[in-house]
Design a protein around this ligand. Structure first.
Ligand SMILES: O=P(O)(O)OC[C@H]1O[C@H](O[C@H]2O[C@H](CO)[C@@H](O)[C@H](O)[C@H]2O)[C@H](O)[C@@H](O)[C@@H]1O
Ligand SMILES: O=c1ccn([C@@H]2O[C@H](COP(=O)(O)OP(=O)(O)O)[C@@H](O)[C@H]2O)c(=O)[nH]1
Length: 891
């Protein structure tokens, strides 16, 4: 015996839910939306005085109503079952429109036209998917691939005999279907609208929408779990899906765990940067956050008092008099753990003979995705188990399990929730599970017990009051059933209080409002960030000014500026040494050989690396952020300031050693004025965790009182003596260059390009700044040397002062750490200090720099003090090529 269905069972009407005025919830929802729209256009306010909000386009695979064709041009609309629809029906604050599939194939024009009209009354806009697309996209890619994968059930094996089960063809249909949704959104969209895309069906949608209109405010919310990145990485189209989602402005999940998994998939699989706000890709920020959904609890509480619910409550109480009622309400889906639930109940009955005729389990199993073979198999499996248990423990007049393969209406469900003593939710994985919320909302009188799977998102919010179980552990679930049925009323009351408070204060309305307001804020913040992003380097202008200048200075960073693009293997950087971009050889040679141009490569790298990479060019090298200088004759000298406190080095080294030993493929470099721990070749995720720990150790230990700066790079941690910055070194470097080259005319053109660290090294841009830039140059000014201050005060020209902190005397290093080159690091052993120019000799203005002759440019950064930006070393190479060509034609 599979089940038992009473004639009087509540909710036999599977169509619309009616209230006293005879309107369905969809109609009420839609009427609310229509009223909102009207009020908006009339400038009205809502009853509670708040203004109406902007238009919200809710795009989900399924509309809140499914259409059933009654004739060529007549349709009846039923509410679609499922958590997403339930949650969004609770949202009444917006002038909302739904865009989605009506759950029916409508190939003919008449049908499409009439259904569109019928749905328009409900503010729903249909996306017409063909039967083949539905098969491949919905049954195939969504429900046979993404759904099981996201719920940790793994990928199905690709079936070579059935072409429809190939990943690739299903994925292509998925993309086509997403584009079909996008086309409808694009048609309906008006400026200022918010587009909220829902769920795993529409992961491609954000990208399609942004491609069409980059200004659209696009949010994406996932209703299922997002699995560990190790699961996601098994998906053949893992990269495309992540990238498509990242096109959204805001990406939301039910729990922090899911959000964290998503961010880690982006860092590990795509190699992107995680920030506290989300994920960053070349300056484009996607905000990632947790927004736990809720229900419209008021609607349930109100319904309990209505005659539509009170009637069925009485019937149910009468029918199950003398027995405790246990309830399961699930779509008949493998993630819901229905077989596990039944087996646990069977075990409970086996072990608790006295309870056999005193308890009944009502299991509502809503048919779902019935075209997918796995779901068909599940139905038979469940029927078989129910039959066996009822056969074993049933009598002529009663069975322990009442199993219904059908949908109940809202009132029927409320009545069931209200009469239940123990609700049993055993999902193997579940994004949230609204049934558990709904049960709690209906239990103010009875204060029944919720047994809840620890693998449902709801466990994180209702865990305080529920009995949490691992559904795979049948023995423990059986024990929980026993505990729940025997729980004293005081404990039930206490547990219920916790959960009722949560359910009634974290509602669907609040969920949607928070998401939408966060989306608005995210877009505003992004706009602000974009406004602060300096423009791209104007190559033509920079070249034109270069050609008309007579004494030019080019300051070029190395790593991330002149280097080859970095390759990745999976989530790892390819092991390789830094080397000059191959396309730069010729242009660099040309530029360096121009007698009117001085090229300085200014880098954080050590002397050896610069020697190895630049020995063939006639260029100045400034290693370790300018602490060492090498004129083109190959002799290194130090520019280190006096009084550098290096007492912290040993203890920091100790910590660096500790982390290096524990982080495979990381290493640290000991430099003269700094220590750098580098994890660019280590596992990105692990490296970041280690870096975080390391920072904590450093800050609470050796550097807590030391005069140092900690510089966090994208894959490194560097500790430097305070004051060791490129900006601070440049005046000493300039003095040496002027002297060495016996310059007699001022520098009248400066191009300073680098992937310099924002806080610590961008003072170099400000050093040359003839006018305070609008991008925050002033931030760094207080740190500048006298020479730089002088430069800032005057539009031009600038005189390099001698003295104080400008240049060091030749015997300045007494009592300091020795400044010799470490022999193992460089073959170029000799090091001397930069000479101190005689003040009387530099009486003229070294810099004669006008605003239009100064080009500071940040590479691969958008938050910068520089005047201009270039996105990558490739573009730097391109620009320097053009510059070198123009210059050689000019000569
Ligand atoms: O539309 P169907 O394919 O029949 O499936 C029904 C819905 O199932 C999923 O619901 C999820 O959303 C709930 C609300 O956020 C959440 O509580 C639950 O844990 C999820 O399973 C699916 O995500 C929806 O898109 C489907 O419409
Ligand atoms: O006969 C039924 C059974 C369930 N539901 C609704 O379906 C939703 C199920 O949501 P849940 O989050 O628990 O899981 P999902 O089915 O979305 O995975 C709940 O709002 C239920 O009220 C319904 O309308 N009729």
């Amino acid at each position: 015996m599979v089940g038992f269905q009473s004639e009087n069972m509540p909710g036999n009407n599977k169509y619309n839910e009616y209230n006293n005025s005879g309107a369905s919830s969809v109609e009420r929802f839609v009427e609310g939306a229509a009223a909102a729209a009207k009020a908006l256009s009339n400038g009205y306010k809502r009853e509670d005085g708040k203004p109406f909000r902007q238009r919200l386009l809710v795009v989900a695979n399924r509309l809140p109503v499914s259409a059933v064709r009654k004739g060529e041009d007549s349709w009846s609309l039923e509410i679609s079952a499922g958590g997403l629809v339930s949650a969004l029906l609770g949202v009444k604050e917006f002038e909302a429109r739904w865009i989605g599939w009506a759950g029916v194939n409508v190939p003919d024009e008449v049908g499409q036209k009439t259904l569109t009209e019928a749905l328009a009354e409900k503010r729903c806009i249909p996306v017409f998917l063909t039967e083949e697309i539905v098969h491949q996209y919905y049954n195939g890619y969504c429900n046979n691939i993404l759904w099981p994968l996201f719920h940790y059930l793994g990928l199905p094996q690709e079936d070579r005999l059935a072409t429809t089960r190939g990943f690739q063809s299903q994925f292509e249909s998925y993309q086509v279907a997403n584009q079909m949704f996008a086309d409808v959104v694009n048609e309906v969209y008006e400026e200022g609208d918010i587009v909220w895309c829902h769920d795993y069906h529409l992961m491609f949608l954000p990208q399609c929408l942004k491609k069409f209109n980059n200004k659209m405010k696009v949010g994406w919310f996932l209703h299922t779990p997002f699995p560990s990145s190790e699961i996601h990485r098994t998906l053949p189209s893992r990269t495309e899906l992540l990238r498509a989602v990242l096109a959204a402005d805001l990406v939301g999940f039910h729990t922090y765990d899911y959000a964290r998994h998503f961010v880690s998939a982006c860092t590990r699989i795509l190699g992107l940067e995680a920030t506290p706000e989300g994920v960053e890709d070349q300056g484009k920020m996607t905000r990632v956050a947790a927004f736990p959904i809720g229900i419209d609890s008021e609607r349930f509480i109100r319904a309990l008092g209505s005659s539509e619910v009170q009637g069925p409550i009485k019937d149910l109480q009468e029918r199950f008099k003398g027995r405790k009622v246990m309830l399961g309400v699930d779509r008949l889906d493998m993630i819901k753990g229905i077989p596990q639930k039944l087996l646990a109940f069977e075990k409970f009955l086996e072990e608790n003979v006295d309870w056999r005729d005193k308890v009944v389990l009502l299991q509502i199993a809503v048919p779902t995705r019935t075209d997918v073979p796995e779901y068909q198999k599940l139905t038979s499996q469940v029927h078989e188990i129910v039959g066996r248990i009822n056969g074993r423990f049933g009598s002529l007049t009663a069975v322990p399990i009442h199993h219904l393969d059908r949908t109940l209406d809202f009132y029927g469900l409320c009545a069931l929730y209200a009469v239940t003593d123990v609700a049993l939710v055993t999902s193997l994985r579940d994004g949230m599970n609204l049934v558990s919320y709904e049960f709690v909302a209906c239990q103010e009188k009875k204060k029944g017990v919720l047994i809840l799977s620890e693998f449902a998102g709801a466990a994180q919010s209702l865990g305080a009051g529920a009995l949490l179980v691992n559904p795979w552990n049948i023995t423990k679930v059986a024990e929980a059933i026993s505990k729940a049925l025997n729980m004293p009323s005081a404990e039930r009351e206490k547990r219920h209080r916790h959960n009722f408070h949560h359910v009634t204060t974290h509602t669907a309305q609040e969920w949607a409002e928070t998401f939408v307001s966060e989306l608005n804020d995210t877009v505003v913040e992004a706009q602000l960030r974009t406004k602060q992003v300096p423009p791209r380097l104007p190559a033509d202008k920079a070249i034109e000014q270069y050609l008309t200048s007579t004494n030019r200075l080019l300051i070029l960073g190395f790593n991330g500026t002149l280097t080859e693009p970095v390759e990745r293997k999976g989530d790892q950087l390819k092991e390789m040494e830094l080397s000059v971009h191959p396309e730069l050889k010729l242009p660099l040679t040309k530029l360096c050989s121009d007698p009117n141009t001085t090229v300085v490569v200014l880098s954080g790298s050590d002397r050896q690396i610069l020697d190895e990479n630049f020995k063939e060019y006639d260029t100045w090298l400034a290693a370790e952020n300018g602490m060492f200088l090498n004129s083109s004759n190959g002799e290194w000298m130090t520019t280190m300031p006096e009084q550098l406190n290096m007492e912290w080095v040993d203890s920091v080294k100790h910590i660096f050693e500790y982390f290096t030993e524990r982080t495979p493929r990381s290493h640290f470099e000991e430099r003269e004025a700094s220590l750098v721990w580098n994890y660019r070749h280590a596992d990105v995720e692990f490296g970041k965790l280690q870096a975080r720990d390391m920072l904590q150790h450093l800050c609470t230990g050796p550097i807590s009182n030391a005069s140092v700066e900690v510089v966090q790079g994208s894959r490194s941690v560097e500790v430097r003596a305070a004051g060791v910055t490129k900006g601070a070194a440049i005046d000493r470097i300039l003095g040496e260059i002027v002297h060495c080259k016996s310059m007699t005319t001022p520098i009248d053109y400066v191009l300073c390009i680098g992937h310099f660290l924002a806080k610590q090294d961008e003072d170099i841009y400000d050093f040359f700044e003839p006018e305070p830039s609008c991008f925050g140059a002033s931030l760094q000014r207080s740190k500048l040397t006298e020479a730089a201050k002088f430069a800032n005060e005057k539009v031009s020209p600038m005189k390099i002062p001698s003295g104080k902190n400008g240049f060091k005397s030749t015997n300045q290093n007494k009592g300091q750490r020795p400044v010799s080159n470490s022999p193992k690091k460089t073959s170029n052993i000799f090091s001397r200090t930069v000479r101190k120019p005689a003040p009387e000799k530099i009486t003229w203005n070294v810099l004669d720099l006008k605003k239009e002759n100064y080009f500071s440019c940040a590479v691969g950064r958008t938050q910068t003090n520089a005047r201009f930006t270039l996105p990558s070393p490739d573009e730097v190479a391109e620009f320097l090529k053009e510059l070198a060509n123009a210059s050689s034609h000019n000569n």
